[in-house]
Design a protein around this ligand. Structure first.
Ligand code: NDP
Length: 485
């Protein structure tokens, strides 16, 4: 019998599901059991061509609709997503392995938030009038054209919407390629957008590995590329986009600092460290994986952290009592196990976890290392798994310098009751998404994205509009033209 997660077909192009079984089969494995639950096929060159051609053909008419009309469709899609939150959450859990406790609260709902927010903004995307004496200049905010979205595997519904919603609100069309590890959810997003009235060709989904992403990025008909992925992939995609002088948004990896001063509320700081390291089994780009704790409270912090980490309910992700699920796939589990071994070998002190769980599926224990030093591999490289490094510090000046001593600059957090210090420290940290006495909140109203190697551009908020549109400036002369001859 076909598993309920099996999609109607692999791709969604020009308003309908499309299959081409000549493409390499991509098995969809449920991370909680290791079973294959579905198969999709990577896009062949013919499928890539079909998707790009339909995105390009649909763009002009879509951009010519009023913003209010475009927005209405996006907002209708948001309503449908909310109505079907339960089913979409089940699918997200099948795609990623994340527990329903999370997917019910965060995934489809944050996708709906983006569609609602950018749908609401679509009617107000206007230019300016700039008086020049008798003459004037006016500006027009125009769409870029055909955009390509490429997603990572940790938030497949959210990423499909975070890229699609602002792109479509501005009058662009999109071809979206999900990660090969999580191909299911973006298809549902496309289906729902069309059910809400989206014209055929405006939002297309094609499956595939890196080569399909590369084929999309290098196509001369593509005007913009928005990638969520790792820094090495980001460098390749940015370089390929530069070759065609295309616009880019790069949402890449991180090794973000979370700084806990000795006056902080310990339970809030421990809660922030848990959210910022163990949510989605640590597969979150903005995680605060370097937890700097001021020396005076170190042992108290670690004791409370170990106690609360012990309360994680590890098990069946479909059970709403489960609060900690498996890694997305076996490969990612093995990468993270490799980092755990490096942490042990390089002399970090294992406080809790550190092993694979003795059960089917790709489960790791939530892991905390203390006495981590800046030179250890686990403090330098993005692990993308449930591995927290706790580092000691003494002074504010020292911790700011150490927090910034990384190529990454995605996120940063500070826990303290001294608000003057909180704002001063945040002001000195090189990171795009920051938190005071909190960690990892990402509402659609707030800009999201990284500094340094962690990215270019911003998602969400009005900032995203700037990255999915361009400005045309028009000088209007009322009098005669003066010329030298
Ligand atoms: P990857 O960089 O491996 O892949 C990202 C996407 O790019 C995938 O769809 C991948 O396809 C595709 N891809 C790979 N090579 C190319 C290429 N040459 N040209 C075009 N596309 C290509 O990242 P992961 O999927 O492993 O995701 C984890 C990473 O994503 C982490 O570094 C994490 O920090 C980052 N991330 C960043 C976020 C942010 O907003 N800043 C949010 C979430 C994750 P395929 O998967 O099929 O290989």
């Amino acid at each position: 019998m076909t598993h309920p997660a099996q999609p109607t077909a692999s791709h969604f192009i020009n308003g309908e599901y499309v299959e081409d079984t000549a493409g390499t089969p991509i098995p969809v494995i449920y991370a909680a059991t290791g079973e294959q639950i579905a198969t999709v096929h990577a896009a062949t060159p013919a499928i890539v061509e079909q998707a790009i051609a339909s995105g390009q053909a649909a763009q002009k008419a879509w951009a010519k609709m009023s913003g209010t009309e475009r927005g209405r469709i996006l907002r209708r899609a948001a309503d449908i997503i909310r109505e079907r939150n339960h089913d979409l959450s089940v699918l997200e859990t099948y795609d990623t392995g994340k527990p329903m406790q999370e997917t019910l609260a965060v995934d489809a709902t944050s996708g709906a938030d983006a569609l609602e927010y950018f749908g609401g903004l679509a009617g107000s995307l206007t230019g300016e009038h700039i008086p020049m004496g008798e003459d004037w200049v006016y500006t027009i905010r125009e769409a870029l054209g055909l955009c390509v979205g490429i997603g990572a595997w940790n938030y497949p519904t959210q990423i499909a919407c975070w890229k699609g919603a602002p792109a479509l609100a501005c009058g662009n069309t999109m071809v979206f390629k999900p990660s090969e590890a999580t191909p299911l959810c973006a298809l549902k997003v496309a289906e729902i957008l069309h059910e809400a009235g989206l014209p055929a060709g405006v939002y297309n989904v094609v499956q595939g590995m890196g080569e399909v992403g590369a084929a999309l990025v290098t196509d001369p008909r593509v005007d913009k590329v928005s990638l969520t992925g790792s820094v090495p992939t980001g460098k390749k995609v940015y370089a390929a986009a530069a070759e065609g002088m295309k616009h880019v948004t790069m949402e890449l990896g991180g090794k973000s600092p979370m700084i806990v001063f000795d006056d902080a509320d310990i339970d809030n700081a421990v809660g922030g460290a848990i959210n910022g390291n163990f949510y989605s089994s640590g597969q979150v780009c903005s995680n605060g994986t370097r937890v700097f704790v001021q020396k005076g409270i170190k042992e108290k912090f670690l004791a409370r952290l170990a106690e609360r980490t012990g309360n994680a309910v590890i098990g069946d992700p479909m059970d709403e009592a489960t609060s900690f699920g498996p890694m997305v796939n076996e490969n990612q589990m093995n990468i993270v196990l490799g980092y755990i071994e490096k942490g042990k070998a390089e002399g970090a002190r294992l406080v809790c976890g550190g092993e694979r769980c003795d059960m089917p599926g790709w489960y790791l224990q939530p892991t905390v290392f203390a006495d981590v030093t800046d030179d250890m591999t686990i403090a330098r490289e993005e692990i993308f798994g449930p591995v927290m490094s706790v580092l000691d510090f003494e002074t504010e000046e020292e911790v700011v310098a150490r927090a910034n001593a990384t190529e990454f600059g995605l996120a940063a957090g500070v826990f303290t009751k001294d608000f003057t210090r909180a704002h001063r420290v945040i002001g000195n940290l090189e990171a795009g998404s920051c938190f005071i006495n909190s960690y990892n909140d990402a509402p659609v109203e707030a800009p999201f994205g990284g500094m340094k190697a962690s990215g270019v551009g911003r998602e969400n908020s009005k900032e995203a509009i700037k990255h999915f549109s361009q400005v045309k400036s028009v000088y209007v002369r009322m009098g005669d033209v003066e010329a030298a001859f």
